[in-house]
Design a protein around this ligand. Sequence first.
Ligand code: UDP
Length: 243
Amino acid sequence: MIEQIDILGSPVNFLTMETAIQAIARCIEEKKVCQVVTANAEILYTAQHDPGLFLALHDAGLVTADGMGVVLASRILGQPLPERVAGVDLVYALAERGVRAGWRFYLLGAKPEVLKVAVERLELHYPGIQIVGSHHGYFSQADNVAILEGIRNSQPDILLVAMGAPKQDIWLHDYLDKSGAYVGIGVGGTFDILAGAVQRAPLWMQRFGLEWLFRLWQEPRRWRRVLLLPRFIWAVLWQRFRR
Ligand code: UDP
């Protein structure tokens, strides 16, 4: 059982990249179904009034701190998380480990052309990686049965779902156990980054917790989502001083 902190009513586990990988490897070895949520400030804030997302977080086997906002929140609450474990970095680390361990990956999400390039880049940068199937992320409820059958037939160990939060996390909560995969991870915009359709913020911005600013500059339509950040920090301060 990995220790956790309560942030706005939802759990976040005390994990480093290495312990996250070890926990995922254990799920695969023990053939245990395990959902991983890479939680950022927006997810934790939204979960307060989104019952589907709230349940996904509470039933998840692992919840990692996807953004520096979550790490900052843990410091405010006096129980600092060891580090940020962002979805995109987790995918790189799993791909590397997966080559050696022989893990089988299935990629679900993003636009078809983005997904195609993301698969090609993974295969180029991690020679020997087993990507046993993929499907874009624009489908209707009625397509779920066929998509799940496709995933089951490919027998993946790890199902990476990049359909944006909270959609991907609620989808995994509803369907991971029907997919045949052991581990299901919501990885947000990771396939766009892999494909080069979206640039990652420079390292110094990531370190200073300014990745949101870079993303806002790249995709100004996200401004509404960014407004949740100060509300998140305010709610965490309220949680801290209400005790
Ligand atoms: N997406 C998808 N299906 C949808 C909506 C979005 O596959 O119905 C994909 C979209 O193409 C993009 C990713 O989900 O690749 C969302 O990325 P975003 O950066 O918005 O994720 P988040 O900020 O939630 O991590």
